[in-house]
Design a protein around this ligand. Structure first.
Ligand code: SF4
Ligand SMILES: [Zn+2]
Length: 476
């Protein structure tokens, strides 16, 4: 029996794990603070409950999830590991290495490994051994996401994030208005967020931003104005979670609500605002969520509708408006004809690079696969803070839709059959050459290394990225 196919529609099975309870240097007024949870998580949230039940053990969380998905008939060959829990960057160094190593051990062998709740001293080398095993393991890690705060992103941190094998960073932006950030005690300003985006982009990471609506001090008229700043050259995230603020017990926001200083928007208002924000999202971004999954009994005030996405869609349909984000355009399991697909190139500038979003789209503008290419401006490229990226353009993501198809296997009629990934990479090489860039790097997840090897990318011992030297065509 195979249930809930939607989980793996994008070809990859997400496995979410939580780190142990730990404090966060932040003091955000809306953030719950439960003693037995990592900061910002609530024990009754479904994912948090699972993690807590397993004592936050990384091996058990990963293995159990893979086992239960297998049990209901899912293909779990391609796993996106999503590590949640407050701010990753502030956990102790050894804990982080151990945590990720144990997750890899579970992907490498989910059925036989023994639970080991005790953190053991773990070196980078020990982690790398498990990563190497994963290159050919049955459950390959094709994406690894970590979450942190903008003010914790430094050059050194970017390198470390890469050593864990991360390909995507979830980062709390919440607002791009300094006054609102200060009122909500975010503890960092807009300039810090800009810097974090620059460093993460230079590191080739996919940037998954979190954005909040109805923060303390915000007002309906200004929401869109603030949100528009997210699409200026300083930011442009690749993925986005929109969270309407919820008032949770024992937070400073709850006190402000009690005294009448904070007022949540009405449901109607909220639907209109989220709807408007969705129409402002460019086609290279994917909106992953429009609510946070907080059980309604935990919410004193604020949004309690768990299917806000559908309500927003109805509102947009009624108004004849559309969200053009990636998620709203994915072909999902739909069969596509190669002859129907057109390669579209969207070029945009950020504060540090020229970005190319290449996508194969159908005549109805449905998206069958895409690639993100980043070409840092010349000076930044030549002086790159990561030695092995000096002089390189970088592929930050390749994603081809279709049902879950084993890596290297083919399935009739599905998007992956056409070698769309290969064609996207060839186009990225062509664009890099046209820009006079002779080196192309890719931020490969551990489990995709062999895929890129087959496409001419190489990795030497100790490398954080895979590389390919491009032949520059001579014109006579
Ligand atoms: S940064 Fe995140 S985890 Fe830390 S206090 Fe703020 S909302 Fe909570
Ligand atoms: Zn959308």
């Amino acid at each position: 029996m195979r249930m809930k196919p939607v989980r793996t529609l994008s070809g990859v099975t997400p496995v979410t794990v939580l780190t142990k309870p730990w404090a966060c240097p932040g003091n955000c007024i809306y953030c719950p603070n439960e003693p037995n949870m990592p900061k910002s998580y609530i024990e009754s949230e479904p994912g948090a409950q699972r993690a807590s039940f397993l004592d936050f053990d990384p091996y058990m969380q990963t293995a159990k999830r893979i086992q239960s998905l297998q049990h209901i008939g899912h293909n779990t060959e391609k796993v996106e590991l999503i590590v949640l829990g407050g701010s990753w960057s502030v956990y102790p160094e050894n804990y982080k290495r151990w945590f990720i190593k144990r997750c890899f051990e579970a992907m490498n062998n989910p059925n036989e490994g023994s639970p080991n709740l005790v953190e053991t001293k773990t070196s980078w080398e020990e982690l790398e051994v498990q990563q190497e095993i994963n290159e050919t393991a049955k459950h390959k890690c094709v994406g690894l996401s970590l979450e942190t705060r903008p003010d914790l992103i430094t050059q050194e941190e970017v390198v470390k994030l890469r050593r864990y094998g991360a390909t995507k960073i979830q980062i709390g932006v919440q607002s791009l208005d300094d006054e609102t950030l200060a009122k909500n005690l975010r503890g960092h300003n807009v300039a810090t967020t800009k810097k974090a985006f620059e460093l993460l982009r230079l590191g080739g990471f996919k940037i998954h931003a979190h954005w909040m609506v109805n923060l303390y001090g915000a007002n309906p008229e200004k929401e869109a104005e603030d949100f528009k700043k997210l699409w200026t050259s300083d930011f442009c995230p690749d993925e986005l979670k929109i969270y309407p603020t919820s008032v949770i017990a024992n937070t400073k926001l709850a006190e402000l609500y009690e005294t009448g200083e904070y007022l949540p928007y009405s449901t109607e208002n909220l639907i209109e605002i989220v709807g408007e924000l969705k129409t402002l999202v460019p086609p290279f971004c994917r909106i992953t969520r429009v609510i946070r999954d907080i059980p309604s009994q935990e919410i004193i005030a604020g949004n309690k509708i768990s299917n806000l996405r559908q309500d927003v869609k109805k509102y947009l349909d009624k108004k004849g408006l559309k969200c053009e984000c990636i998620r709203c355009r994915e072909i999902k399991q739909q069969e596509v004809l190669e002859s129907e697909l057109k390669l579209e190139v969207i070029q945009y500038e950020t504060s540090i690079s020229t970005e190319y979003f290449l996508s194969f789209v159908t005549t109805e503008n449905k998206i069958a696969g895409f690639l993100r290419l980043s070409i840092p401006f010349e000076e930044l490229r030549e002086e790159h803070f990561i030695e092995e990226l000096k002089g390189s353009a970088i592929i930050r993501e390749v994603h081809v839709y279709g049902g879950v198809v084993g890596i290297g296997k083919e399935e009739e009629g599905k998007a992956q059959h056409f070698g769309l990934g290969k064609r996207l990479i060839e186009k990225a090489e062509e664009i890099s050459r046209e820009n006079g860039v002779r080196n192309l790097a890719v931020i490969s997840a551990i489990g995709t290394r062999n895929y890129y090897k087959m496409r001419g990318f190489e990795m030497e011992n100790g490398n954080l990225y895979m590389h390919k030297t491009l032949e520059i065509m001579q014109r006579y």
